[in-house]
Design a protein around this ligand. Structure first.
Ligand code: SAH
Length: 566
């Protein structure tokens, strides 16, 4: 819950906007501000104070405890110009909250945490536990000091700056380790604890939670493995509701993941047995459930100490799942690139894309991001490279203009990808949508996009689709409409449409939508001059109902209330 506190009427107005926008996330604290801040501090995970920073500093100072548990505090000034992340930038989520509040109120987020300010990922924001001297090692990373990076296994980390790597041993000023083993954390060292371990569990009906929990904990402990890296308990579908397993998972703070007996039966395991085969239909539950997604068996099946033993478990280090984010950059303007796209670009340690798109967003990348750019025509290579890097356990962003799934890299990349990587799609504003917004409302009724590039598609196929769109009276946006070597396709496509539409049908031509040299013109099927069209352009042809209304291209949707009025 976010506690909202204000003192003046201007503050209260801004407060009410926030409360109205986030009714389920916020609670307004009325009354004297001192009491309100104290109450909110005790009851909420976050506070937004519509007060001067000085006032808030004085009020929260006596309440501050530990940065791991204190709420995040954001201050918004009287004029609503700034949203200041004051306390709990990372742990309390105040940095993110300042961004969000800023966006909502039109205020500028002010974030002073060093790691965010210079674009280095905070070691405590990686989404998993970190042990050791987080502040000291973060400082060394930021100060450009030589910091050793010691990865026991691959994991899709965000980019780290160049001073983090393999410095000469006597130069090392700090160390970042990634390990799932129980290790003694040295001075100037942090240990990253990614969720790399899966424990497969089997349990007889009614197995006590203490027995299951004790077994899991001792299996990890005896093998020298850290419970902080536990990702999930895995078992067979039939045991999904088994209280001993469900409660043990709750106590460990991890989910229970289940698989069908059939799937588990197909997994090769070192220690199959008859008992589970008879009971649930697979010769192995614990080992098979732990191994079903692949990985390295660190602890083979073992039984609980009780007699008779009612639980079994096995521990697997699962292969790191690389991340492939397929990110649409939008049509060009920076403010049409979504915040989610920007976050994914910052999350990546490897960026793959066409050189001219990479140039558009280079400033958004974190220092240390490996950029693999290539020119036009290297699509296949880009798709392969992106997938191969993700399969190596990297965090990869593959970029495309507009939406990366529309005449772009997503489909060739995903055609190459297997299910051993995570794929995150970030939609983008397409050229057709950007052009539509420039022209008016041409896409108000059913519409299609057709690429006129016959490099990869035989012209007969393209022509058949244009004809179908013509007959179906669809609004058509032509992509890749015309280039130096391909000049007859657009006139031909327009001629096909003209067989079904009046010469006066509106046609919108938009070049470089949302880019600095954007231009657009509204013309007609009869008057369109193909020479005004090039590869930076999309051409949108109306249907039989599309009109030029006050210089804007409008395709009516046929609303009844409009008919009634006319
Ligand atoms: N993935 C992109 C399309 C890539 S195909 C998208 O979703 O929009 C490349 C074609 O898109 C270009 O030949 C041009 O026809 C069109 N295009 C891309 N960006 C454009 C822009 N800003 N303005 C006009 N047309 C654009």
């Amino acid at each position: 819950m976010i506690g909202l506190i204000s003192a003046t009427s201007a503050g209260a107005a801004a407060r009410d906007r926030l409360a109205a926008a986030w009714p389920d996330r916020t609670r307004v604290y009325e009354g004297p501000v001192g009491d309100a801040v104290r109450a909110a501090f005790a009851e909420c995970e976050q506070l937004v104070c519509f007060l001067a920073t000085g006032a808030v500093v004085r009020l929260v100072a006596p309440l501050l405890g530990d940065k791991g548990t204190d709420p995040g505090v954001v201050c918004v000034d009287e004029g609503g110009r700034f949203a200041v992340s004051l306390v709990g930038g990372h742990g309390g989520g105040a940095n993110e909250l300042a961004e969000e509040v800023g966006e909502l109120l039109g205020a500028r987020p002010v974030v002073t945490t060093a790691t965010d300010a210079v674009g280095v990922p905070g070691l405590d924001t990686l989404g998993f536990p970190v042990e050791g001297d987080v502040a000291g090692v973060s400082r060394a990373v930021l100060d450009g000091e030589p910091v050793e990076l010691d990865l026991e296994f691959a994991w899709p980390l965000p980019a780290l700056p160049a001073n983090v790597g393999r410095p000469a041993p006597d130069a090392v000023r700090g160390r970042i380790r990634l390990s799932d083993r129980i290790v003694r954390v040295a001075e100037h060292e942090v240990v990253l604890r990614p969720p790399s371990l899966v424990v497969g569990v089997g349990a007889s009906k009614g197995a006590p939670v203490e027995e299951v929990l004790g077994l899991v904990e001792s299996a990890l402990h005896d093998a020298g493995l850290s419970p902080a890296c536990l990702a999930e308990l895995a078992t067979v579908d039939a045991k999904a509701e088994e209280p001993g397993i469900v409660r043990a998972a709750e106590r460990l703070g991890v989910p229970v993941v289940t698989y069908s007996a059939e799937e588990l039966a197909s997994v090769e395991v070192p220690n199959p047995s008859e008992a589970p085969l008879a009971a649930v239909g697979t010769p192995s539950v614990a080992e098979a459930a732990a191994l079903v997604r692949g990985g390295e068996l660190l602890v083979p099946k073992r039984k609980s100490a009780a007699s008779p033993a009612m639980a079994t478990c096995a521990v697997v280090r699962r292969p790191a799942r690389g991340r492939l984010a397929v990110v649409g950059l939008g049509p060009g303007a920076r403010d049409l690139l979504t915040p989610r796209a920007a976050a994914e670009l910052r999350r990546a340690s490897v960026l793959v894309g066409l050189d001219q798109y990479v140039d558009q967003i280079r400033d958004l990348l974190r220092p240390g991001t490996r950029v693999l750019e290539s020119g036009l025509g290297a699509e296949e290579e880009r798709a392969r490279t992106a997938v191969a890097e993700a399969r190596r356990g990297q965090a990869v962003a593959l970029i495309g203009s507009g939406d990366a799934g529309v005449y772009a890299m997503a489909s060739p990349a995903l055609a190459e990808a297997s299910d051993d990587i995570d794929v995150i799609g970030v939609p983008g504003v397409t050229a057709a949508l950007a052009a539509g917004a420039v022209l008016g409302a041409p896409l108000g009724h059913d519409h299609v996009s057709i690429s006129l590039s016959d490099l990869h598609t035989p012209w007969e196929v393209i022509e058949r689709r244009v004809r179908a769109a013509a007959e179906a009276d669809l609004v058509v946006t032509f992509y890749n409409p015309r280039s130096r070597g391909r000049d007859w396709q657009l006139p031909k496509a327009l001629a096909i449409l003209a067989e079904h539409r009046e010469p006066t049908t509106p046609v919108g031509v938009v070049r470089n939508a949302s880019r600095p040299d954007e231009s657009s013109r509204l013309t007609t099927l009869a008057d369109l001059d193909p020479a005004t069209v090039d590869m930076m352009t999309v051409v949108t042809v109306g249907n039989t109902a599309t009109r030029d209304i006050a210089g804007r291209m409008v395709t009516p949707r046929g609303y009844r209330w409009q008919e009634a009025a006319s």
